[in-house]
Design a protein around this ligand. Structure first.
Ligand SMILES: [Fe+2]
Length: 274
């Protein structure tokens, strides 16, 4: 990882904290959301990134896709998985760059063998610190579309998404999370029954200036993207978009790579703070 001390090009890892309040949560939980690593290496064997994640003492780790990149050694992501394994259970969905390898079966086996739960159109129930969670995930739409430039959501993606909604509907008491690489299909996410959707893909809009504080450009959203990074309310569903960790592609300007930390808190603690 190249370090830039020049603030606009600062490549040091930033920790962004988000808070979500829910009546389904009795005791606070910490989720770490990682996205769009694109195989970027943070120190030997990812030690810098792992140290940041470890410091958050997460209960769960969510990975929102494009963690590996066919142009970068796969080992860079695999060593991260090896390190995360000793920190907390991790969950993974694919991104477009991983899907473009057309080698997902092998990748999923490798990721699963290193401890990540690969989600693709289904969910899993779990208990963390006594809290009941239901975590679903969908593949990137490019699992089903070969063109790199297609904007339309294919029916197979919608089928995965609705399968997740249906599964989540049978766990109404659980805090329900959807992991999906793409942030922009908000019309699907809004009031979907999920309490939280966690995404990436937009890389924070790449360039963040006063004229475009939400970012200049994001794939599948275009210029001045609305969902490039941050926390968005979509009716009863909250969307959190990580700005991602990629330093291998276009330069990031006023947009340092991000480890997103999501605190799930009891609803009562939210009211106290209003
Ligand atoms: Fe992506």
């Amino acid at each position: 990882m190249a370090f830039s001390g020049f603030a606009p090009l600062d490549t040091r890892l930033a920790v962004t904290r988000f808070r979500e309040f829910s009546s389904k949560i009795s005791h606070p939980l910490v989720l770490v959301l990682l996205s769009d690593l694109h195989g970027t290496l943070y120190g030997q064997k990812q030690e810098l990134l792992l140290a940041v994640v470890r410091r958050q003492s997460p209960d769960l780790i969510l990975m929102a896709g494009d963690m590996a990149d066919p142009k970068v050694p796969l080992e860079n992501f695999l060593v991260l998985l090896d390190g995360l394994r000793g920190i907390a259970p991790s969950f993974y969905v694919s991104g477009n760059h991983e899907q473009w390898t057309r080698d997902m079966l092998r990748l999923e086996r490798l990721f699963g063998a290193r401890g990540a739960t690969v989600l693709k159109g289904f969910g899993v129930s779990l208990t963390a610190r006594g809290e009941r969670l239901f975590i679903c995930g969908v593949d990137d739409p490019h699992a089903f579309v070969h063109s790199h430039h297609s904007l339309a959501l294919p029916p197979e993606w919608k089928k995965q998404f609705y399968a997740c909604c249906s599964a989540a509907a049978s766990h109404p008491e659980d805090y329900r999370i959807l992991l999906s690489h793409r942030p922009e299909p908000v019309s699907f996410y809004q009031n979907s029954g999920f309490d939280l959707v966690a995404s990436g893909h937009a890389h924070g809009g790449q360039i963040r200036l006063p004229i475009c504080p939400g970012g200049l450009f994001a794939p599948h959203q275009g210029f001045f993207p609305r969902y490039a990074g941050g926390q968005y309310r979509l009716g009863s569903t909250s969307l959190i978009v990580s700005r991602g960790l990629c330093l291998n592609r276009l330069p990031r300007i006023f947009n340092p790579p991000e480890v997103a930390v999501i605190e799930l808190l009891p609803a009562d603690s939210g009211r106290e703070k209003l």
